[in-house]
Ligand binder design. Structure first.
Ligand code: PEP
Ligand code: MG
Length: 557
């Protein structure tokens, strides 16, 4: 091992779980062979030409073998790439360049692949999306010609921890959780493809790990904790045994969210339909903290009827008898336009007529929805709460709560997604029964950073201290009025941030059901007082990175 005194590396946790195994370094990407390099005088040209077809066959065979080992979509992608590697047009073009221009074979392959890429882009559609596969095939053939290791994830008999500076999306798309048991990168961010993919595959993953490539070498055994964002370089026997046991034990949640000293924190689920609600119930969620009703009607040209809505809402409520189900009224607009509510000609849809604002031009749609929620609640045994999205003012709150009451919905609250609502939460909560902070939008509006733009991911980060101050302000308003404040944005699914949110005064956290066990485990490790102390540290940090680092540092000590 080549790593001095460092024992634990710290990065950003992006996919929970623990895994222990040997490191396999991702081979560096293949560089472009310099232009204009020709065969050395006296080289047998036909021999150089023949090497291209050989290399293409080798790559095709390797990819076919890998496709047979892989499963499902990964296998299909590999088989399609194998076919591309054997493409006679690519090989013939490269051969012709060696014969006519005496280019070295690797340069000839590079140039021939450029032609294919241009053609794919010109044709557009599906083929334009496959240009990264052309680049992959090109790199593999060039590596074979140069006698280098094939780029991409190496094939090993034993499961391993993949370590890389970054993982290109084309490589990430082919990760097989049966072989890659954890993923650690030196660069990357929490919203990068790698992170999203690792989460989807359920592989523990840590990104932005400082000093990683200097600290580890192939075959070093490391313990990756994707919940804490740590990489232990020399795990002891006990650590290894514990990690193996916990990786075999499917993460579960026993339905009781609380801190180490017993302070209750309701752990709820975000759902979009009845199927989600069923899996949330199976995952042990204590209720539903956000039912995004607009997802039931995204493809509709006309408003759904009263009966249709009653049916859709009952199907969700039925999974949580006796438990809280927070139904959000339609949040149409911006990234979720609904044809019957959204004016798509607006120049700035995120700042336009979305969420509760659509009720001004379409009051009937809101009235029908509230009536449908009330009738569904009367027919089922769940404790149905209702809340409005994108509330910005005290007046909007008062109007919404009054309207809900007219439809027999006694527990009516608001989402805090606009900074004005966070700052006026005291007055807002004088009317509303509760507030639920949508950190996705609240971060977007606090930082003026489009939540969909990966180029602004560092700004649109819920660890931004400014966002935490807005959460704190909302909780203070809740305390003054004696009303509960929850969080239902993605921030609630980040175990370390969840601790901070509880320390700021949040009493419920609603998240994708898969995140429940990790969040519950982390909360159970800290007392309420510790959470308050960590929240103060995060509030006082100058940057999102500092806030995250100081809290993770304390949690992993
Ligand atoms: C949010 O903005 O944090 C939220 C939960 O709502 P959505 O993601 O549906 O906009
Ligand atoms: Mg929102």
């Amino acid at each position: 091992m080549a790593h001095g005194n460092v024992r634990t590396l710290h990065g950003i946790p992006v996919s929970g779980g623990r895994a222990v195994g040997p490191v396999v370094l991702l081979p560096p990407p293949v560089a472009e062979p310099p232009a204009g390099v020709r065969l050395a005088p006296g080289t047998d040209v036909e021999e150089a030409v023949a090497r291209i077809a050989q290399a293409s066959t080798t790559v095709q065979n390797e990819l076919t073998a890998a496709a047979e080992l892989a499963q499902g979509e990964a296998s299909d992608v590999l088989a399609a790439t194998a076919a591309m590697a054997g493409d006679p047009t690519l090989v013939a073009d490269a051969e012709q360049r060696v014969r006519a221009e005496l280019l070295v074979p690797e340069r000839a392959v590079w140039e021939a692949a450029e032609v294919v890429t241009r053609q794919f882009v010109e044709i557009g559609g599906y083929l334009a999306e496959r240009t990264s596969d052309v680049a992959d095939v090109r790199d593999r053939i060039v590596a074979a010609l140069l006698g280098r290791p094939a780029p991409g994830v190496p094939v090993r008999a034993e499961p391993f921890v993949l370590v890389a500076d970054d993982v290109p999306p084309a490589v990430a798309a082919r990760l097989d959780p049966a072989h890659v048991i954890a993923l650690v990168t030196q660069s990357g961010g929490p919203t990068a493809h790698t992170a999203i993919l690792a989460r989807a595959l359920g592989i523990p993953a840590v990104v932005a790990t400082r000093g990683l490539l200097r600290a580890v070498a192939d075959d070093d055994v490391v313990l990756v904790d994707g919940s804490l964002g740590t990489v232990r370089l020399d795990p002891g026997v006990d650590d290894i045994a514990e990690a193996i046991a916990s990786s075999r034990r499917p993460a579960t949640f026993d339905g009781d969210g609380r801190t180490a000293d017993g302070h209750p924190v309701a752990l709820l689920a975000n759902v979009s339909d009845a199927r989600d609600a069923a899996s949330a119930a199976t995952a042990g969620a204590q209720g539903i903290g956000l039912f995004r009703t607009e997802f039931c009607f995204l493809d509709r040209e006309t408003p759904p009827s009263l009966d249709e809505q009653i049916e859709a809402y009952r199907a969700v409520l039925s999974h949580f008898p006796g438990k809280r189900v927070v139904v959000r009224t339609l949040d149409a607009g911006a990234d979720k336009p609904l044809a019957f509510l959204t004016d798509v000609s607006e120049a700035n849809p995120a700042l336009g007529v979305r969420g509760l604002r659509t009720a001004v031009s379409h009051p009937d749609v809101l009235e029908t929805q509230l009536e449908a929620i009330a009738r569904a609640a009367e027919a089922e045994r769940a404790d149905a709460w209702v809340m409005a999205p994108m509330v910005a003012t005290v007046d909007e709150t008062a109007d919404f709560v009054e309207l809900a009451a007219r439809h027999r919905l006694a527990t009516a609250g608001v989402m805090v997604e606009v900074p004005s609502a966070a700052l006026l939460s005291g007055q807002i909560l004088a009317h509303a029964a509760f507030a639920s902070i949508g950190t996705n939008d609240l971060t977007q509006y606090a930082m003026a950073a489009d939540r969909q733009l990966s180029s602004l991911a560092e700004l649109a980060d819920p660890w931004q201290p400014a966002l935490l101050h807005l959460v704190s302000a909302t909780c203070r308003g809740g305390e003054v009025q004696g009303r509960p404040v929850g969080v239902c944005g993605e921030a609630a699914a980040d175990p370390a941030l969840a601790v901070v949110l509880v320390g700021l005064g949040v009493s419920s956290l609603s998240m994708t059901p898969a995140a429940l066990p990790d969040v519950a485990t982390m909360l159970a490790r800290v007392t309420r007082a510790e959470a308050v102390r960590l929240a103060r540290l995060a509030l006082n940090a100058p940057t999102a990175g500092d806030a995250r680092a100081v809290v993770l540092g304390e949690l992993t000590r």
